[in-house]
Design a protein. Structure first.
Length: 538
């Protein structure tokens, strides 16, 4: 450490003021903004001389990388702007990583882009407002600060010194601790995502690159199931309500063995099946919702394909089914762009609005729609607000606050874990009520082949392992973010009998199975579904 400091002092003498500032700034933010990274590091490794030396090496690697990137793009016109950008990104991502355990990969960047004003407001705490205020002051001060720039020759020499030494320092640190670096990368891959601001910047560039590449497809939208058609033997008219839930995890369902009765309404309904082993396509709405309606499956799904390839709802419309999307969440993420869509997040259409517009309002006027399309097969999709965090307590009316005490703060760390869980469980009770009311509505149409299907988009972390909310990279995400609630109910005279569905309630299914299962409900034949299991039978 002493030799490193001595080397730094000697190096400063050869650098201009601009590059001295870059070096000091690069290593300062490498330490200050990466506290969550080093915190995770010491959680993974016992505190010892070896782990301390490794953390110092990692700090040098990150600082050198910061200096390298800043030096490439810095000049007398760009340096201050780059420092402000680095600071805003580093400080904000460090804040959310520290408070909620969030990782800023390309999927999380996509989630940020997809976030609407209401969702952003739910994350706005006093601490975050203070951080924003400090960043505004910093921006003002950095632009007021006078940097003395040398001549082109001196500045160029300093730039070359930093660009040459930074990679050497990084390689030296890695080689000096090669065994620890190797085990770190092999056994704790997820921790590297906490490195900031380099990781979020890299993730944003990757997302832009992928979006640009995928947008280059020209021509009509691809139809993955061109042969899809309704069987001529189908004489009954299907009436289906599909509820896309929000953030409901499987292990908090009373129907699946959870100790608290979060399903007081559906647990009393016959012919209902709750799937105990159902996994999501992603850990965020921006990924899961488009993916679950595509024919690609999780492994082949690409984020922008929803805008280039027809999904299962498009296929059903082409086959003659009346499809309507009712949204009380952020949006359909492109799924319903080509079908009839209604926004229920305003009181002009949703008659169940108090503190916020309730999911139950999406059932309003459905009987008129069913009557209007009485001679057609009908699919109504309800995109619910469900258990969207962090303000779980806002997702249900006061009379559904069954489990107490509940967390009534948007800053989850202000609450005990039990309070967070109680508020979350209360929101599931309200979703359960919505499901039961949808089923009761369907029971009024005994002449049709009726079915209700509920599937949550992803799960949620409630403080386990220091993680909150969702959006963790899928390969590292805990099961709580991937194992989701899934329920189905059908009339006793349904084409697919209850006994057949109940027999597969313990089988592992996923969002990959939804598209072809929807086609099966409406008796739409498609070659693409030949080898994809249905969630309704073996």
């Amino acid at each position: 450490m002493e030799h490193l400091a001595l080397f730094g002092n000697h190096l400063m003498k050869f650098l201009t003021k601009q590059y001295q500032l870059i070096l000091v700034y690069a290593f300062s933010v490498a330490g200050l903004f990466n506290i969550p990274l080093f915190q995770k590091l010491f959680d993974a490794y016992d505190l010892s001389l070896n782990s301390i030396l490794f953390s110092i090496s990692l700090w040098v690697v990150i600082g050198s990388l910061n200096a390298f990137v800043l030096s490439i793009f810095s000049n007398k016109y760009t340096l201050k702007s780059l420092m402000v950008i680095f600071t805003i990104i580093g400080a904000s991502t460090s804040y959310f990583s520290f408070k909620l355990g969030i990782i800023f990969d390309d999927v999380m960047i996509l989630n940020m882009i997809s976030t609407d004003v209401a969702e952003a407001e739910g994350l706005m705490t006093i601490e975050l407002m203070m951080l924003i205020f400090v960043l505004v002051i910093f921006t003002y001060l950095i632009f007021k600060y006078q940097i003395r720039f040398a001549g082109i020759k001196e500045e160029s020499i300093s730039k070359l010194i930093i660009l040459g030494l930074s990679p050497v320092l990084m390689i030296a640190m890695i080689l000096a601790n090669s065994a620890t670096f190797a085990s770190f990368i092999r056994e704790h891959k997820e921790i590297r995502y906490f490195a900031t601001p380099i990781t979020p910047i890299y993730s944003a560039i990757s997302l832009l690159k992928e979006s640009y590449t995928e947008s280059e497809v020209i021509g009509d939208m691809i139809n993955p199931v061109p042969s899809a058609h309704i069987s001529f033997l189908d004489s009954d008219k299907e009436l289906v309500i599909l509820i896309v839930g929000e953030t409901v995890r499987s292990d908090h369902m009373y129907l699946n063995g959870y100790q608290k009765n979060t399903n007081p309404y559906t647990s009393k309904i016959s012919n209902l099946v709750s799937y105990k082993n159902f996994s999501s396509c992603g850990t965020s709405t921006a990924i899961s919702v488009p993916c679950m309606f595509s024919f690609e499956g999780r492994k082949n799904f690409r984020k922008n394909n929803i805008y280039k390839e027809l999904n299962v709802l498009d296929t059903l419309v082409k086959a003659g089914v009346y499809v309507e999307w009712r949204d009380n969440n952020s949006s359909s993420k492109g799924v319903s762009d080509r079908i009839k869509t209604f926004n229920f997040r305003n009181d002009s259409i949703n008659t169940f609005c108090d503190e916020e517009c309730r999911d139950l309002g999406m059932l309003v006027d459905l009987k008129n729609i069913i009557t209007l399309h009485n001679n057609e097969d009908i699919l109504i999709v309800l995109h619910a607000m469900g258990s969207h965090g962090p303000e779980y307590y806002k997702r249900y009316p006061e009379n559904f606050a069954i489990f107490q005490p509940e967390c009534k703060s948007k800053d989850l760390q202000d609450c005990e874990i039990d309070e967070i869980v109680n508020a979350y469980d209360n929101s599931i009770v309200y979703s359960d009520y919505l499901i039961s009311e949808a089923i009761n509505l369907l029971k009024e149409y005994p002449g049709k082949d009726t079915r209700m299907l509920y599937i949550s988009d992803h799960g949620e972390s409630l403080g386990e392992f220091g993680l909150y909310l969702h959006g963790y990279p899928y390969q590292f995400a805990p099961d709580s973010q991937k194992n989701v609630a899934a329920i189905t109910w059908a009339d006793q005279n349904a084409d697919i009998p209850f006994e057949m569905v109940n027999a597969v309630k313990d089988v592992h299914f996923s969002h990959d199975n939804l598209a072809c299962s929807l086609l099966e409900i409406f008796e739409v034949s498609a070659e693409a579904c030949t080898d994809i299991p249905s969630i309704f039978h073996k």
